[in-house]
Design a protein around this ligand. Structure first.
Ligand SMILES: [Zn+2]
Length: 79
């Protein structure tokens, strides 16, 4: 669970996306943190691996997504 929901002083919910690998936080530079779908799109364009963008994760930043794909090459499928 790496999506966090907060409320600002007006009671508006906003979201924070935390990497499940290194615990870094997606930098939100505009109003996209007020909309999960928008924030997700920002993250994906930044290279985050959002595992089909489920709110519960796992979510990985670009660095962790790359490290993970290096560490776990695709396995051949044996049927
Ligand atoms: Zn990370």
């Amino acid at each position: 669970m790496s999506r966090r929901v907060y409320h600002d002083e007006d009671g508006q919910p906003y979201y924070e996306l935390i990497c499940d690998g290194c615990r870094c936080r997606l930098a939100c530079t505009d109003d996209s943190c007020y909309d999960w779908d928008l924030l997700r799109a920002v993250a994906e364009s930044d290279g985050w691996d959002l595992a089909a963008a489920r709110p519960t994760g796992p979510h990985r930043c670009r660095a962790c997504a790359l490290a993970r794909s290096d560490a776990e090459p695709p396995q051949p499928a044996y049927a």
